[in-house]
Design a binder for this molecule. Sequence first.
Ligand SMILES: [Mg+2]
Length: 221
Amino acid sequence: MRGDSWEIYSTLRVRPPLILRADGRGFHKALDGSKKPYDEHFARSMASASRSFMEDSGLSPKLAFLFSDEVNLLFLDLPFNGRLEKLDSIAASYLSSALSLNRGRILAMDCRALPLCSGEIGEYLSQCQDEAWRNHVFSYGFYALVEEGRSHGEAMGLLRGMKESQIHEMLFERGLNLAHNPAWQRRGVLIYREEGSLVEEWAPPLFRSMEGVTLLGRLIP
Ligand SMILES: [Mg+2]
């Protein structure tokens, strides 16, 4: 018999509300052949894996917010009595498997748990959206410079010294207005459960806007 006493982490428990954040491991390399800076097929695969998790994993997050290579799952109640190892490992393995099947190659995601107070959920999601926006500006800037013949290192170096408004201006001079890019690239993708079915929103409101606050207020009582 194996001694359970060695499983010293198995009784670590967390309380809801909880965010499980799954993040791609080395996806930049794994997605070498995909469209830059954004690949809609990949974004669709991420959404489909998240949907499948929400529908079929037996865990029931209230919503998923996705951008770049990460998925944020919000739980208002927790299975497994909140056992952290169970939650983290099942979320990471389920999403990785669903994504791998979808992409036809092995992809791995890690997962971490973020316990929040109810009042912090909106702020957390807004911060995710801020990051999605920063990523958006930076990636377009980066690939614009690379397309002009700069090396990855040079492009990085140039962008590091620039303010967000300067990157905008640089892209604008090249005929690109970031505000016209698809909403999912700028604001992420939101999938939520309402009245028993899943809604997939590729143009979610800003979580800080009136519309966003109202939507979250409806979903999170
Ligand atoms: Mg990431």
